[in-house]
Write a protein that binds this ligand. Sequence first.
Ligand code: SF4
Length: 405
Amino acid sequence: MTPQNRWRLYFHIPYCHQICHYCDFAKTALFDKKEVALFFKRIRQQFLALFSYMRSLHGEIYFDSLYFGGGTPSLYSTEYSALFQVIERYLNPNVEVTLEANPNDICLENLKVWRDLGINRLSIGAQSLDHEGLKFLTRNHSVSDIYRSINLAAKFFDNLSLDLIYGWQNHTPGIWQRELKESAQLPLQHLSLYNLTYEVQTPIGRRAHRGLIKPIDDDVLFDFYQIAMECLADQGFCQEEVSNWFLPSFAAQHNRGYWNMDYTLAIGPGAHGFLPSHSDSQLPDIGLRYFYPRSEKSFLKTKEFVFQTKNHQQGLQEVGLNIDERSTDSWLLEAISLGCRSEIGIDLAKAEYVSGKKFQPTPLIHEATNKNILHICSKRILTLDPKEWFREQAWALKILDCFQT
Ligand code: SF4
């Protein structure tokens, strides 16, 4: 195992009260109690099987963060007890344990159970602090539900994050500024701000495709992004990634693990995990990405995982998981892209070591460095001006051009 890599643990809970029209996650609103009971049994079984398999290949593993995403994990509370009994001994001290929560599920009873289980951070899916925004996004809660839930949750948790979406139809810079200012006045330590995307298989994506909705231009989205940068800096927030802001000492550990390419054991329909590609710590590691099929019904039908080979890729495929085809080139593009959208940046020495290529800046990159758009520190970490994180893809291709054999 590469010693510098941390391990993360993720569970995908696919159940929702109702389906929001912009949502492209693996989820369902059609389920019953029996299915949910079986689901919790399955994720426990699969954690044990996958975890034992990884330990047999890589030695002791302890997790630095645990994340319940969805779907709507806050639909459940005591249902997590048996799972926590199994995993808690493998969590490092000071582990960050996040549960994504819908404002409507935040009540005294659930908050107590979540806190007693060891959950120490809630990520609250508000999506908008504007009535029109909530209506467009077809959310099932009101603005006052959001305020009530945050104020109540703050009595139990000192690490709360809020998700907001910008760029919905009729969203204006003025409304956005108001939402940001109001968020900063709430007892929140972290904000995740995403621009609305119109994925083809979603209801709003189909409406956009038929010309019934006109998505906001990228230039205007960039204005929204800049407003967020300025407004939140004024309110004392630091920015760690294109979509993430935090108050000092409340950076999102689990999210950081993703940007840093830490190993992630992920379980549940549609969940994506990242594992070492081999067990030899002397060799460069491009990692192995796997993902579950999205259907929760087929997830429930999976048999218990049995691993009979020391070859990860084969072992994961044999139990029905999908593997992303990877190469040193795809690793390099991924490392550059992640580095171009966060303060973590690109570790040029590591990039050269893993890719076997040399970083030779093109004139364009030299110019960007001279203009302070790009910065290379004494430890050879390349970082991009946060304003440009929004254009991460274009920059990633320009920086990729600098790596030559
Ligand atoms: S946005 Fe969240 S609550 Fe809405 S359907 Fe998707 S996963 Fe469920």
